[in-house]
Design a protein around this ligand. Structure first.
Ligand code: G4F
Length: 327
């Protein structure tokens, strides 16, 4: 019988990409999702529609210890991929307590349950390059000190060290990816990449006039979600648990992203993009660049999709999506 994987945040961007990947590897895949309503064009359930008959979804909230206990005890997974989190950095400034409740408590709930009832289960946690914050060294690798500046990043640092503590103190097989920004066609429009590509499609189809953004000079290391999900899987296939930077090694500004995305449809971003200070953050991370050489050496992992191809895929998808909606 194939292995069993349980994914928290299964209907999110990474969750759905990982579920698809693990099914192809022959896993029996179970997911946990919080029941929430869906907004049009961004429906969480849409991301799983092609595989909905192949996976089993449990409704549950990672904050709810008893419910998590019940699900883990029932599934008894070989691998648990913990992807559920409040993941919007900007929003976290207004939601400090949800970061503590969901991101930190949710992670500790899962680790505590595994320690008590399923210590042989391998555990993956998606940590974040936001933990490097106001970077102290560039590029960032596994030895770069964290210097977080947002409630989200501070919460992820707490999760990171909890994952490490359960590995060292209780001998659990727990891993963190220090995941740099990663996107795909199913990224919610609250994140800057999809906000841009969706707007490009709407402007192209004559449905929108302007695109209002915040800091155009922020620089990020943007990769492709399916590539990163492959790395998550590889981490749990090693003999020893460890933490790995997952990145592309390239950094680009939001402005460059706009330029290429608008160029794809023959438009100049300068005619459409305007800065609205309401999208500025109280504290900003200006630049992130990942050094993924450890993942390359140990996991044999490398990103396949780089910046321009990522933008092309997202713009093409949104052109088709908005085109269909417009019929
Ligand atoms: O797309 P973003 O919101 O992603 P951010 O904050 O870098 O976080 C993402 O990547 C992290 C990994 O490093 C994850 F941990 C996290 O969960 C998430 O997936 O913003 C990217 C940059 C920021 O500098 C932001 O200030 O784009 C800038 N930006 C400029 N205008 C904007 C906007 N961001 C958003 N969301 N919306 C804007 O209008």
């Amino acid at each position: 019988m194939g292995k069993k994987a349980l994914i928290t945040g299964a209907s999110g961007m990474d969750g759905s990409n990982l579920a698809r990947f693990l099914l192809k590897k022959g896993y029996k895949v179970y997911g946990i999702e919080r029941r929430v309503s869906c907004d049009s064009g961004n429906c969480r359930h849409n991301r799983l529609s092609d595989i909905e008959n192949e996976i089993e979804i449990f409704i549950g909230d990672i904050r709810d210890y008893n419910r998590m206990f019940e699900i883990i005890n029932k599934v008894k997974p070989d691998e648990l991929y913990h992807l559920a989190a409040l993941s919007q950095v900007g929003i976290s400034f207004k939601n400090e307590f949800e970061i503590i409740d969901s991101n930190i408590k949710g992670t500790v709930n899962l680790l505590h349950i595994l320690k008590n009832i399923l210590p042989e289960c391998k555990f993956f946690h998606a940590s974040s390059s936001e933990q490097f914050g106001k970077v102290l060294k560039s590029p960032q690798n596994e030895n770069t000190p964290f210097n977080p500046v947002s409630p989200y990043a501070i919460g992820k640092v707490a999760c990171f060290f909890n994952v490490k503590m359960y590995r060292n103190a209780y001998n659990l097989f727990t891993c963190n990816s220090i995941t740099f920004n990663h996107e795909c066609e199913h990224r919610p429009t609250q994140f800057v990449t999809r906000k841009i590509t969706h707007a490009v499609a709407k402007i192209y189809h004559g449905l929108q006039d302007k695109l209002y953004l915040g800091n155009l000079d922020a620089r990020r290391d943007w990769g492709y979600s399916p590539d990163y999900c492959r790395a998550f899987y590889l981490m749990l296939q090693q003999n020893k648990p460890d933490d790995y930077v997952i990145a592309t090694g390239e950094t680009h500004s939001v402005r460059e992203f706009c330029k290429i995305a608008f160029n794809k449809v023959g438009l100049n971003y300068k005619d459409y993009v305007e800065v609205d200070p309401k999208f500025y953050r109280p504290a900003e991370v200006n630049v992130l660049t990942g050094d993924y050489s450890k993942a390359k050496k140990v996991l044999g992992w490398e990103p396949k999709v780089k910046f321009e191809e990522l933008i092309s895929k997202m713009v093409d998808y949104d052109l088709e999506l908005v085109g269909k909606e417009n019929v």
